[in-house]
Design a protein around this ligand. Sequence first.
Ligand code: PMV
Length: 310
Amino acid sequence: MICESACGKVILFGEHAVVYGRPALAVPLANLRARASIAARSERGILLRARDVGREYLLSEAAEEDALALITRLTLDLLGEHGNLEIAVESDIPVASGFGSGAAISVAIARALAAYFGEPLTGAQLAALAYETEKLHHGTPSGIDNTVIAFEQAVRFVRGKEITPFHIACPFPLVIANTGIPSLTKITVGEVRRAWENDRARYEGIFDRIGMIVEKAQEALAQGDNAQLGELMRRNQRELTAMGVSSPEIERLIDAATRAGAAGGKLSGGGRGGNVIVYPGNADPDRIRDALSDAGAASVIGTTVGAETP
Ligand code: PMV
């Protein structure tokens, strides 16, 4: 049996403004992973097993818009292979949380198939394959999830123009808390679009300021000047609040972390609900985690950004 995995991702700086051509920074979450295993099957056909949701079905009977089926077909086509296989997937990555769970499952399957047939795929090939399944979920995906996840690298992203790895000189702890409120990125993106249409000058100003925060953050990370991260997160969060995508729950979690000594925090992803990321700075990450749980976070995850893959 062959088993491969892929990481999740989180946006550090620049969400929403990235839709309007400004840069964003996203990083892999090495300790949140999706896994795929491949084994030969004595019966004919390819059996897909999604362990987390207890579903199993034959590839030949899968719906057109089934993501597991699509990535399997595309990868086998690219490899020029076929066979009687059982493909099982499972994931630690919460779904619909802005962590890239869909892209991670796709990359894990593509990697596992490639390993099974002894024909490793490049990061670019994996990213391109996963992008096709992202289209099923998001219509016009920005390309950030599949890229960060396929390369398992911190990525600077400018929509339609640039997807480049960026350097993190000193790994740093990050605490991620879920508000427990599901939020569809599509909806907040639509709301920001309408607000921008009503007052372009104001929104362009917000996006420009976020763009500058992203440049500063990238420079600080490259130089190992992590002491700036808290302040930059606070500034980015102020702009997101001005944009109208924060919420009382998000503010409550950020306040709780700040009161527990964190250097700064912000929402990550589409906003309104979803996740908050917190840079502990000199504070003990465990203390921040406890404070976030006490303040009502549905779940709290600690990770190290910029560390080697486990
Ligand atoms: O919620 P996520 O992690 O998929 O991020 C959404 C980021 C936005 O900038 C709000 C939208 C986008 O397509 O970039």
